[in-house]
Design a protein. Structure first.
Length: 462
């Protein structure tokens, strides 16, 4: 059985010895007389819990707590105080202390406090492991080491910590917007609650309000005898994911805006005000800015949905992830179909790497599924995929279709980061050629408008 490790930091030798003797049978205990020596030990080997005296010589317990939390925010610290000074205790708790004990120390009481704290650690680690396993097993869009996907993962880690801040995910079809929404949910404080995905484009417009908000008995012809909860209520204390939110009617948009502003809504045909707590994550592959200009999407709703915005990178922006993803899908479908595929041939790999991924991760997954199903193995060949050995589906353009960019400048291209510099150059040249119109510039480069805008803003910051 693994023993938890505890560091005791107290300048009184009798207290260090007493606690060590009381707990060394059940825990790995190390004792320190000063905060400085304890912090050096923590830097080298992080314990599960720290017992920290407030009244230490040299660096006092309050400053030591602050430094320990700066080093490792999640480590549990129990403060030891000679007397119950409420103001000091409150200050310690604000700095992140788990609890406190007052001298003279009663070992039974201290043991209960320690075990409660360690149980908190155990549960936290268990939750993190479950979350990591879910992401690893289900969210294949996060496979890879490209900067584009690493940026998204790091951003999700930050924004998921809020239980209710609305998040809008933008990106092309097939980039994994629902998987990103799932990752946000399972990283959030709401992870134990339901994750309810809704494809707004798949619901008939005359039924979307009743599906989202529910309805009361007799609200309309065919309404159930007892009414029905809407998906909003089903997502209570969880996450409601509104995919293709741009397809909502203006009437449904108005109701959704009210809910985002107040947390309140009415069922269709109802007079009772309902209030619930849930996070709204939405997504769209449409140009919502153009829809706002055309009066098809509410500007105020756009800003409320997009308090936080996440751009799902296209597969063409993360080409370094193509082969890791392809091999992941190869193993997945080999197991599913009972095939003995072991790898991808060089010709097939070249075809995958030069393919124009208009359908992104979803298209790659479908292509590998087809290849495994029809192929014989053990290598996945280019013929199994149905791709051209040289250039995938990249059909050479006719001379009349070519876009002629000005010659590269002799200076200004950083050879140490050529790919990024060239990308920035062509994005800005397209912007100039389109006379400042981002939609037209995106079309010149055969890019989605949202992707173009995201890359341009990101590259301008560098």
């Amino acid at each position: 059985m693994i023993k938890y490790s505890i560091y005791i930091v107290d300048d009184e030798e009798s207290i260090r010895e007493g606690i060590t003797m009381a707990f060394e049978e059940h825990f790995k205990v190390e004792a320190f007389s000063t905060a400085e020596t304890a912090i050096d030990a923590i830097k080298a080997n992080l314990p599960d819990l720290v017992l920290l005296d407030i009244g230490l010589p040299g660096m006092d317990g309050m400053n030591a707590l602050r430094e320990i939390k700066d080093l490792h925010p999640d480590v549990l610290v129990i403060m030891i105080t000679a007397y119950e000074d409420i103001s000091s205790v409150i200050s310690c708790m604000k700095l992140g202390a788990y609890d406190y004990v007052v001298k003279p120390i009663h070992m039974d009481s201290l043991e209960m406090t320690i075990r409660n704290a360690l149980e908190t650690t155990r549960l936290r680690k268990e939750v993190q492991l479950l979350q990591e396993r879910y992401l690893r097993e289900n969210l294949h869009c996060f496979i890879g080491e490209s900067n584009a996907i690493q940026d998204v993962m790091a951003f999700i880690e930050i924004v998921a910590k809020s239980p209710d801040t609305p998040i809008l995910i933008l990106g092309e079809t097939g980039t994994g917007k629902e998987l990103i929404a799932s990752a946000i949910h399972y990283r959030s404080p709401n992870f134990k609650g339901p994750f309810i995905p809704v494809n707004c484009a798949a619901i008939p417009k005359d039924l979307v309000e009743s599906e989202l908000f529910g309805y009361e008995k007799g609200a309309f012809s065919g309404a159930g005898a007892s009414g029905k909860k809407g998906l909003m209520e089903e997502a209570t204390n969880g996450t409601l994911f509104l995919d293709e939110v741009g397809d909502l009617s203006l009437e449904a948009q108005a109701k959704l805006l009210r809910f985002l502003d107040t947390g309140e809504f009415y069922r269709v045909g109802g007079t009772k005000k309902l209030q619930i707590e849930t996070r709204i994550v939405s997504a769209s592959n449409k140009d919502l800015d153009s829809m706002i200009e055309n009066g098809h999407f509410r500007k105020d709703l756009y800003f409320r949905l997009g308090v936080i915005r996440v751009q799902a990178p296209s597969l063409n922006e993360r080409r370094g992830d193509i082969m890791p993803l392809a091999k992941h899908f190869l193993m997945e479908f080999s197991n599913k179909f009972g095939k003995a595929f072991t790898n991808i041939s060089e010709n097939a790999e070249n075809a995958l790497m030069t393919y124009n991924w208009t359908g992104h991760v979803r298209e790659l997954k479908n292509l590998i599924e087809k290849g495994v199903l029809v192929g014989k193995g053990p290598m996945l060949e280019v013929e199994d995929l149905g791709l051209d050995k040289k250039s995938g589906n990249n059909t050479p353009k006719k001379a009349t279709d070519e876009i002629i960019f000005p010659p590269l400048p002799a200076q200004g291209i950083d050879l140490a980061s050529t790919q990024e510099s060239l990308e920035k150059y062509y994005i800005e040249e397209a912007f100039k050629m389109a006379e400042g119109n981002e939609s037209k510039a995106a079309k010149l480069l055969n890019m989605n408008h949202h992707t173009y805008r995201y890359r341009r803003k990101k590259l301008q910051k560098k």
